[in-house]
Design a protein around this ligand. Structure first.
Ligand SMILES: Nc1ncnc2c1ncn2[C@@H]1O[C@H](COP(=O)(O)OP(=O)(O)OP(=O)(O)O)[C@@H](O)[C@H]1O
Length: 198
């Protein structure tokens, strides 16, 4: 197994859980693949090359044409994508690669036969998701409404047979963290020379 794919509605706590995984001593064998996005960095300290590779629409379209991406998605007017290079970089370091992608991306990875544990993070309720999105304060009211509408569809998708290996409700953060740890604990890093796809 080479990757852990983390998916879930915006604001559910994916980034929070991934940060906890990366900081946890026992998870030193995990690494994060840095996605590309055409969206602007959030004012509260998102760093280019760390949280995302921030690029223009034009450059993104060029890279897509050259088939440089394992998966990509057009979400909320922006393009997000995981490049083969970003994933291979983590695997070449001898680590299991964590990917933070949306449902469209998960489908693309499944189609590509990417060897991974596919984990869906669900909110305890839509009302709580709204509280988290509003509390984070990084989206306008209109964007929050759009994300909540999308969340309902994503929650339905999480039940699609064969799409996710684990569905974890992020109610109590520490409990959800332990469950995400367990979902990836049976995974072993692959030899760095082996192929990304099965
Ligand atoms: N279990 C939890 N209980 C309460 N608040 C939480 C919990 N998990 C995360 N949060 C909070 O919810 C907000 C959204 O979390 P986060 O930014 O990690 O979401 P995300 O899924 O990565 O969103 P996006 O996909 O938009 O980047 C943050 O303010 C975070 O502190």
């Amino acid at each position: 197994m080479k990757c852990v794919v983390i998916c879930g509605p915006s604001g559910v706590g994916k980034g929070t859980l991934i940060n906890m995984l990366l900081k946890d001593k026992g998870c030193g064998r995990l690494g994060f693949s840095v996605s590309h996005t055409t969206r602007k960095p959030r004012p509260a300290g998102e760093v280019d090359g760390v949280h995302y590779n921030f690029i223009t629409h034009e450059v993104m379209e060029k890279l897509l044409k050259k088939s440089k991406f394992l998966e990509h998605a057009r979400v909320h007017g922006n393009i997000y994508g995981t490049s083969f290079e970003a994933v291979e970089k983590v695997i070449c370091d001898g680590k299991i690669c964590i990917l933070d992608i949306d449902v469209q991306g998960v489908r693309a990875c499944r189609r590509s036969k990417l060897e991974a544990a596919y984990v869906f993070i669900a909110p305890p309720s839509i009302a709580e998701l709204e509280r988290r999105l509003t509390g984070r304060g990084t989206e306008s009211e209109e964007q929050v409404t759009k994300r909540l509408r999308n969340a309902i569809g994503e929650l339905q998708d999480s039940h699609q047979p064969g799409l996710f290996d684990f569905v974890i409700v992020n109610d109590d953060l520490q409990k959800a963290f332990r469950q995400v740890q367990t979902s990836s604990s049976s995974l072993e890093p692959s030899p760095s020379s082996s192929s990304l796809l099965s």
